[in-house]
Design a protein around this ligand. Structure first.
Ligand SMILES: [Mg+2]
Length: 199
């Protein structure tokens, strides 16, 4: 059963928090092409340009962190998981300090100690499965005991690559990447109901 899992790994932006990241706007602000991968483009730019873009991205990410709001039903869902004795972790492409600030702003920091927040400074970014493997090892579990929860293709691809179950959150209900997901839900109240049906 994809929901009967002991370790729950969450994407942060747009999953634990309401989606405020307009990635097209971020690309425009950075002067990148419309379909350019943001982190890779910055990494592959000439050194001076790369430094300038990184500074600009930092500013954008701090501003977005200050706007963070919790996703609908996430508090109730995390409390439910804790009561079931589940372990929790985060896998984000964001920076460590920005991730901490985002969680604080959204009132979610009490659920996650710093050592379970795997950011882009600690592991290769999704869709690589490295961050999931790191968390699975940390809790001495098997990937088959874990679930990866996210709102984007990279989250689901990382889960598939690591061998966890994949849970796809999309408040619009459109689920364009549903072929990568074991479970689809519009919000955490819906997911909590599905979880309760499994026992
Ligand atoms: Mg996301």
């Amino acid at each position: 059963m994809p929901l009967n899992r002991l370790l729950w790994i969450f994407d942060m932006d747009g999953t634990l928090t309401e989606a405020v990241h307009d990635f097209q706007k971020i690309r425009r602000d950075l002067g990148l092409a419309e379909d350019a991968p943001i982190l890779d483009s910055i990494r592959n730019a000439p050194p001076e340009e790369s430094a300038r873009l990184n500074k600009k991205l930092d500013e954008i990410e701090w501003e977005l962190a200050s706007l963070a709001r919790p996703a609908a039903g996430i508090h109730e869902f995390l409390i439910d998981l804790k009561e079931r004795g589940c372990c929790l972790g985060i896998l984000t492409r964001n920076r460590h300090d920005v991730a901490l600030e985002t969680l604080k702003q959204a009132g979610l920091h009490e659920f996650f100690s710093e050592d379970v927040i795997v950011d882009r400074e600690r592991a290769a970014p999704k869709p690589y499965p490295d961050g999931i493997n790191l968390l699975v090892d940390k809790f001495s579990m098997m990937p088959s005991q874990a679930a990866m929860v996210g709102d984007f293709r990279y989250d689901l691809e990382a889960g598939r690559a690591a061998g966890t179950s994949t849970i796809y959150m999309d408040p619009t209900g459109e689920f364009p990447y549903r072929s990568l997901a074991d479970v689809c839900a519009r919000d955490f109240l819906e997911l909590m109901n599905l979880l309760r049906q499994t026992g």
